[in-house]
Design a protein around this ligand. Structure first.
Ligand code: C2E
Ligand code: CA
Ligand code: CA
Length: 581
């Protein structure tokens, strides 16, 4: 395998990157050349003018040429000082050399009796002292900067480069568009070591791990060019370069994995550790820093979650789906355990804008307080077998609220609640509704259960049984999302339903063509024939409202007249209505 070995390459690249970030840039070479030329020019003028006794007239006054020597000598010295300040080591060496070369010439002049060289010699000596002072001071500042840089990029506990250093290296590699692999490593069950053996031993374990890995990286034992850094706690990052194939990458990661196999003896304790390794490649898996790191973290989490004897996983896009499923599942569990499921109430109106009632819509927040959409959490709760608990939370909270309002105001409003297929099919649904009526005080005729059309068709018999039981209690039944399933009106005849909710997708299309409108019109007339009322869902535009009025729709529910309201907003609306009564 043609792997190029350069064990210090990563450190050197990082060092250069940090230099680039921290250091004041040196002046370009042409500045150095200009200063040097100016210096020589000034020095030549000095040597010609210093001994001259000639006089020139300046503004009508006589002026000795040798007075110019002082001016040009200062210019030459200034050039030397500027070279030391702006042109680094090269500037320093050249300055000192040219100054020292001049010294014997001046001395010779003085010995030969040319006393005009004395001020020049004096000036030169002073300038050399200044040049040395500036250079030594600059060196000290640079050393100090170097120490600070090192501290900023080193992890104090393990002496490995830290997360900042790792990120800088990755950024640099991305900037140079060089292929590499980012591996995220997390020690398995490290918390257990800390909890049972104490932080001190925990720290020594981390040190031992770091020293094993440092050896591999520094001595090039894996065959690739590696850079290992500690991100935080028990999390490390490994950047792998100079490989020919994905097999090389696997082999390198295995080298780091195997390094942990040998037991550690720490303060007389035998400690066994292993770690989870997730990796993603630049640029084939991801071309940006954040994405690349997220992907390797996702792979690491997945292999940790699977908890198998394999500890290494390459990122694949499927992992993202699994991760988001996992995340939403955890959110649902958390929300149910911590009473973070609430409800909104979306008003329903008749065609003359009189309030009919509300549909209770589930609302959920995650542990950070961010809202999660029902489109995400309802299917998750169904998958987890938790939909009945979730539904019940929404039913209880919304029914108690509406029950109290009805008791207080006597308003004739309906509360609609959504029943999921999985929930409805569970034995005991009707019993739950019975106690809901009792506990909330809502009259049975003012509670409506919404069931989607597809439930009725897929599980007709059981559904009919349950719905009949509800009907016997006096509960109203709504067929939700009508039109998205089989849209079979004749089917509906066999269910004891009261109201049909035409799905938003039909309302959206309704004004696009004559035939769409005719279709909605036909649904409404047939529903009326079957003695069902009709609600149009998702009405957003005046035009839709107008059309629905013309084709004898009974009710509408949509953003045009009411978005889902919080409990407080709904209470305000209801109190206003009660006051008008
Ligand atoms: P759904 O039963 O069809 O509820 C109506 C959805 O349409 C609601 O979305 C509502 O906010 C939205 N909507 C109403 N009017 C408009 C409009 O004019 N324009 C637009 N763009 N949208 C409108 P939401 O709250 O996101 O609920 C989504 C679905 O989640 C519901 O659809 C229902 O199937 C389910 N769901 C909500 N709450 C519960 C619950 O407590 N239990 C169960 N099992 N399912 C629920
Ligand atoms: Ca609904
Ligand atoms: Ca609906």
């Amino acid at each position: 395998m043609g792997i190029k070995k350069d064990k210090k390459g990563s450190n050197r690249l990082l060092e250069r990157t940090m230099e680039r970030l921290a250091k004041r840039r040196q002046a370009p070479v042409y500045v150095f050349v200009l200063l040097l030329l100016l210096y020589f020019a000034a020095s030549i003028i000095v040597s010609f003018t210093a001994g001259s006794q000639e006089v020139v007239m300046f503004g009508g006054n006589p002026l000795y040429i040798y007075t110019f020597a002082g001016v040009f000598s200062s210019v030459a010295n200034l050039c030397v000082v500027l070279m030391v300040i702006f042109c680094g080591k090269m500037g320093f060496i050249v300055s000192v050399t040219v100054m020292l070369v001049q010294m014997p010439m001046m001395l010779m002049g003085i010995i030969k009796g040319n006393l005009s060289s004395i001020p020049g010699l004096f000036g030169n000596t002073l300038t050399i002292i200044v040049v040395f002072v500036i250079y030594i001071d600059k060196k000290k500042v640079e050393e100090y900067q170097h120490r600070i840089r090192e501290q900023a990029t080193t992890d104090l506990l393990t002496g490995l480069p830290n997360g900042f250093a790792g990120t800088e290296l990755i950024n640099e590699l991305i900037r140079r568009n060089k292929p590499f692999t980012n591996v995220t490593i997390d020690i398995n069950n490290f918390k257990l070591i800390n909890d049972t053996m104490g932080f001190d031993i925990g720290n020594k374990v981390l040190l031992e791990i770091a020293s094993r890995w440092k050896k591999i990286a520094n001595e090039g034992l894996s065959g690739t060019l590696d850079f290992i850094s500690r991100i935080n706690g028990d999390e490390y990052s490994l950047v792998i370069r100079n490989y020919d194939s994905t097999d090389d990458v696997e082999k390198t990661v295995k080298t780091y994995e195997s390094a942990l196999e040998e037991k550690m003896v720490i303060d007389g304790y035998e400690v066994f550790v292993n770690a989870s390794f997730g990796y993603a490649n630049f640029p084939s898996d991801a071309a940006e820093l954040d994405t690349l790191v997220n992907y390797s973290v996702a792979a690491m989490r997945e292999i940790k979650r699977i908890n198998s004897s394999e500890h290494i996983l390459h990122f694949t896009p499927e992992l993202l789906k699994e991760q988001s499923t996992l995340m939403i599942d955890n959110k649902v569990r958390f929300a149910l355990e911590n009473d973070m499921v609430g409800f909104n109430l979306q008003p329903q109106y008749d065609m003359s804008h009189r309030l009919r009632g509300f549909e209770a819509l589930a609302r959920m927040k995650d542990s950070d307080g961010n809202s999660v959409s029902p489109i995400e959490f309802i299917p998750a709760a169904e998958r987890l077998g938790m939909i009945d608990s979730l539904d019940l939370m929404v039913y209880r909270k919304s029914a108690v609220f509406i029950g109290d309002i009805i008791k207080k105001t006597g308003l004739d409003i309906v509360l609609s609640i959504n029943a999921s297929v999985k929930h409805l099919m569970k034995n005991g649904f009707a019993e739950e509704i019975r106690s809901l009526l009792k506990d909330s005080g809502i009259p049975a005729g003012q509670l409506e259960v919404e069931i989607t059309e597809s439930i009725l068709i897929e599980s007709a018999e059981k559904a009919a049984e349950c719905l009949n039981e509800l009907k016997d209690m006096g509960i109203r039944i709504a067929i939700d999302d009508f039109g998205t399933g089989y849209s079979s009106l004749s089917y509906l005849n066999s269910f004891p339903s009261d109201i049909l909710k035409i799905d938003k997708s039909f309302i959206d299309k309704m004004n696009d063509s004559d035939s769409s409108q005719k279709y909605v019109e036909a649904i409404i007339s047939l529903a009326h024939v079957l003695d069902l009322e009709v609600i149009a869902e998702g009405v957003e535009e005046d035009e839709q409202l107008e059309t629905l009025g013309g084709i004898h729709c009974d009710y509408i529910q949509g953003f045009i007249w009411g978005k889902p309201l919080t409990q407080d907003e709904a209470e305000e609306l209801l109190m206003k209505l009660a006051a008008l009564k």
